[in-house]
Design a protein around this ligand. Structure first.
Ligand code: CA
Length: 678
């Protein structure tokens, strides 16, 4: 997530924070002091349990003076059927109430009295099903939402996270365009439709993903969010979904009937199952770092002041730049994040979690999240943005920052180093990068190639990013050149290469992704870039209409060559473990850069993957990148080389021809990959 506010608003809020943040450590402890006496509760019966003895409610709200549950017949309208007074259990800060019936089909809200006043109704923070627009929690039998065969459903087994190939997609982007040929446009069910094609017969939807070969999709926020009115879907309002409302229920607008609480649950599971049946894992983007609302958020309405961080003067702190930030460093919030991700992994078989603005969370929380998820499924991949959007009261050395990734076990971070070095600065549209002819960023690209691990030939003092090898293992790094945020790759190339031919841009896109897909670490791509998808130059398209965000699948015919290249790159990476080494020591030993003086010969990088690296059948793989707008020549040592990538073509088996080495010229914006078996 970048920001949902205007730049002006962001600048203003940052200015306020910088004043308030004069002594952040102190402000935090002063505000936090009031919670020392709060009892916490980590039972699995929080808020709602239905069993043979009836329906049971347990709300955590240590400072409530009174608490009650309202039971409704309807998810949206009408007065309560009954209101139950809750009984306090001061030993753990919870309030309980029960009825002897199983209230399936009914809805409920909690209400607490705080500071002498009844607060607004809330579905609580643990609603696993909700009525339309998420205002009331729904009581459903979750077992009845399971698709056929769900008990045997499993995502792909992952031995090493460097084997994962991530495809980031938004539900509407993928299916909304008329050219998708998909019936359930913008819905979870879109990914369950097989055999969909464009009017010209190109595969779309799940068949497209299978053909492309990615191992995992990473879906943008799919929990219930706030910005789209689920009672008014005909308006086709679009949002990325970084405005969380109910963390444990799916978003209604992606279901075929948001007014029926079970439908969204069942349809999201059907999507997961269809992808799993296709051999594709499902990673969910999670935004526990802030809530859509402040005082009216479900957190605030259940335990006022507790779940969010504040500055000492009582104002919400705002490291998300969206109005508030949550407090993972407090026990009940930490347990909440752990239990919520475990719930998605368990109930929805989710295979990974991408943490938005992860550095708002503390290191300890992220370590516990990863450790607990491993117990559910060792293949679960946890990664996130190792930064915040603004200052936080949480001390820097406790934040789950990129620079602290080596303090986190089984957690990876995005490499903005390789992103900005390859394509140019994310916020400066005209800035170019290595792949588009900008000199001087070769060392930062090399940082990306070795996945930010210590390497004898990489001088971190010359990196544009952090000045040290911050990753102890390549499994800690996710490499990419673009994602939903900022200008997508196509738009970035159009803005920064103004005046260049489309062929040059297509070549630069291929080069940029070749760098990503051959680098150590885990590669990540943004949906549609394989067919040169653009967003009409809109960088922050979080609420732009479908006309900006939807992928035009007609591009698949128009840019067929681009698609085949991406597909080939993915097949190459999957077939060759040398690109997927698992330890920093292996990379330091097997990856050797050729000596090139970047001052004299800029935009040229050449390296070898030696020693049948990581069990590869190829003894040596030579990888060369020319990011210049003119041809450059390299001298390849004599040998029996097969051509794997040359002149914008890729053959994962090295069948583009052979060469005995010697001088080889690379066209502008291109990669050369050769391999030898002896
Ligand atoms: Ca919603």
């Amino acid at each position: 997530m970048k920001t949902r506010k205007t730049n002006l608003y962001l600048a203003l809020s940052m200015a306020i924070v910088s004043v308030a943040g004069a002594s952040p450590a102190m402000t935090q402890s002063a505000y936090d002091a009031q919670f020392i006496t709060y009892p916490t509760y980590n039972g699995d019966d929080l808020e709602l349990t239905v069993d043979n003895s009836g329906t049971h409610f347990r709300l955590w709200s240590p400072k409530a003076q009174e608490a009650r549950v309202n039971i409704y017949d309807n998810g949206r309208f009408g007065k309560p059927l009954q209101t139950l007074e809750m009984k306090a259990d001061p030993s753990n800060g919870t309030w309980t109430a029960s009825v002897p019936e199983k209230l399936y089909g009914k809805y409920y809200t909690f209400q607490i009295k705080f500071d002498g006043k009844w607060k607004d109704e809330t579905p609580g923070v643990w609603a696993k099903a909700v009525g339309v627009n998420g205002q009331r929690a729904a009581i459903i039998d979750l077992a009845k939402t399971n698709p056929e065969g769900w008990e045997n459903d499993k995502g792909p087994k992952v031995d090493n996270f460097t084997d994962v190939i991530i495809y980031e997609m938004h539900h509407r982007d993928m299916s909304e365009h008329p050219s998708s040929g998909i019936a359930n446009k913008g819905k979870f069910l879109a990914m369950t439709e097989e055999g969909t094609v464009t009017p010209l017969g190109e595969k779309t939807g799940i068949d497209h993903l299978k053909d492309l070969g990615v191992t995992h999709v990473h879906i943008l926020p799919s929990y219930d969010y706030n910005s789209v009115d689920e009672t008014n879907l005909q308006d086709n309002v679009y949002n990325w979904g970084y405005d969380p409302q109910n963390y444990n229920a799916p978003e209604g607008s992606y279901s075929t009937n948001p007014s029926d609480p079970a439908t969204r649950v069942r349809e999201m599971k059907e999507m997961v199952k269809a992808l799993h049946d296709a051999g594709i894992g499902v990673i969910m983007d999670v935004v526990y770092n802030h809530t859509a609302q402040n005082d009216e958020s479900n957190f605030e309405l259940t335990a006022p002041g507790y779940y969010h961080r504040h500055w000492d003067d009582g104002r919400y702190s705002d490291a998300s730049a969206c109005g508030n930030e949550t407090a993972s460093d407090r026990q009940q919030m930490r347990d909440y994040i752990i239990n919520s991700t475990k719930y998605w992994a368990d109930e929805y078989h989710i295979d990974g979690f991408r943490f938005d603005l992860m550095a708002i969370h503390d290191i300890e929380t992220m370590n516990q999240v990863a450790e607990e998820l491993k117990k559910v499924n060792p293949s679960i991949f946890v990664y996130g943005e190792g930064w915040t959007a603004s200052d936080s009261p949480l001390a820097k050395d406790r934040r789950a920052l990129k620079e602290n990734v080596s303090k986190m076990k089984d957690v990876a971070v995005f490499s903005d180093d390789i992103r900005d070095a390859v394509k140019g600065h994310f916020s400066n549209a005209s800035d170019r990068g290595f792949a588009t002819g900008k000199p001087g960023v070769e060392e930062t690209v090399k940082v990306g190639i070795v996945a930010s691990t210590a390497h004898p030939q990489v001088d971190y003092s010359k990196s544009a990013g952090l000045k040290f090898a911050y990753a102890e293992s390549p499994e800690m790094i996710v490499n990419y050149v673009s994602c939903h945020d900022d200008l997508c790759l196509t738009d970035k190339l159009k803005k920064s290469m103004e005046g260049a031919s489309e062929k040059d841009m297509l070549d630069a896109a291929k080069l940029a992704q070749t760098i990503v897909f051959t680098s150590q670490g885990t590669p990540f791509m943004f949906a549609g870039e394989e067919i040169f998808r653009d967003k009409k130059g809109v960088h922050n398209s979080y609420k732009s209409p479908d006309s900006i965000n939807a992928i035009d699948w007609g591009n698949k015919t128009k840019y067929k060559d681009q698609y085949e290249y991406y597909k080939g790159l993915i097949a190459l990476r999957k077939a060759h473990p040398a690109f997927r080494m698992t330890t920093a020591a292996d990379i330091a030993k097997n990856l050797k850069f050729d000596k090139i003086d970047s001052a004299k010969t800029p935009n040229l990088i050449s390296y070898s993957l030696n020693n049948n690296a990581n069990g590869d059948e190829w003894k040596e793989i030579k990888v060369v990148f020319n990011g210049a707008s003119y041809p450059q020549t390299v001298d390849i040592k004599k040998g029996e080389w097969k051509k794997v990538v040359e002149n914008g073509k890729v053959s994962p088996t090295g069948e583009l021809g052979t060469t005995a080495g010697g001088k080889i010229e690379l066209p502008p914006y291109s990669a050369l990959i050769l391999a030898r078996e002896k």
